[in-house]
Design a protein around this ligand. Structure first.
Ligand code: 13P
Length: 250
């Protein structure tokens, strides 16, 4: 049985004061939620504040990015150990916005996944096709290339810790959610690939989240799909009420 994960990616939104206000409003709203891992991913400056406020609760904290080195002369970067020290338990890696605007490659994503696992954090590893790739009928080829490259060299013992987030780029921030059938089809394909690479046990355990215009109105039907184990939510995670509604999808 895979524990579902509902993660909110705040992207570059919320000051520290706004982050604090969110958490204070949010925690009572999800106090009754059982059997769901809830994760908040604030911008770096609010990370330790959100971690302190959620410490001892069922709500975990993720960074939105990470560097693969433990330390060094990498101006502007943050290491896995520093994130752990700040209270993060997860790190989002390879989000399509990072791939698109900050030239992240599968090789870089792979190095980050391994570094984050070594530091004892949970990678939330994002992949997904663009609209042009989907329209050209290349969805499966693209996500297969990404999954294989991003998980290359990861030990089978570590693989179940990884959370994969399938985020079709055309569904991010567009209001255009993949249909539950479109999402399930890709999730089942990805789980099949994990089985091929790491074996059936890992495929049974690994969580695969869907991301792209998830909201309270569509979360239940997405979560009802057999291979959808949670959601990575952008816009709808910015308001405590709406994100709590998503976390309480059942
Ligand atoms: P939206 O939910 O705003 O479409 O964003 C999805 C996303 O990019 C989460 O990482």
């Amino acid at each position: 049985m895979r524990t579902p994960v509902i993660a909110g990616n705040w992207k570059m939104y919320k000051t520290t004061a706004e982050s604090q206000a969110f958490v204070k409003e949010f925690l009572p709203l999800v106090a009754g939620v059982q059997g769901v891992e809830i994760v908040l991913s604030p911008p770096f400056p609010s990370l330790s504040v959100v971690a302190a406020l959620t410490s001892g609760t069922k709500v975990g904290v993720a960074s939105q990015n990470v560097h693969f080195a433990a330390e060094g002369a990498y101006t502007g970067e943050v290491s896995p150990g520093m994130l752990k020290d700040a209270g993060a338990g997860y790190a989002i890696i390879g989000h399509s916005e990072r791939r698109q605007y900050f030239a992240e490659t599968d090789d870089g994503v792979n190095r980050k996944v391994k570094a984050v696992l070594a530091a004892g954090l949970v990678p939330i590893m994002c992949l997904g096709e663009t609209l042009a790739e989907r329209e050209a009928g290349r969805t499966f080829e693209v996500v297969e290339r990404q999954l294989r490259a991003d998980l290359s060299g990861v030990a089978a013992a570590d693989a179940p810790t990884v959370i994969v987030a399938y985020e079709p780029v055309w569904a991010i921030g567009t209001g255009k959610t993949a249909t539950k059938e479109q999402a399930q089809e890709v999730h089942a394909f990805l789980r099949g690939l994990v089985k091929e690479i790491f074996g059936g046990l890992v495929a049974e355990k690994i969580r695969i989240l869907y991301g792209g215009s998830v909201k309270t109105e569509n979360i239940a039907e997405l979560m009802a799909q057999p291979d959808i184990d949670g959601a990575l939510v952008g816009g709808a995670s910015l308001k405590a009420n709406s994100f709590a509604g998503i976390a309480k999808y059942r």
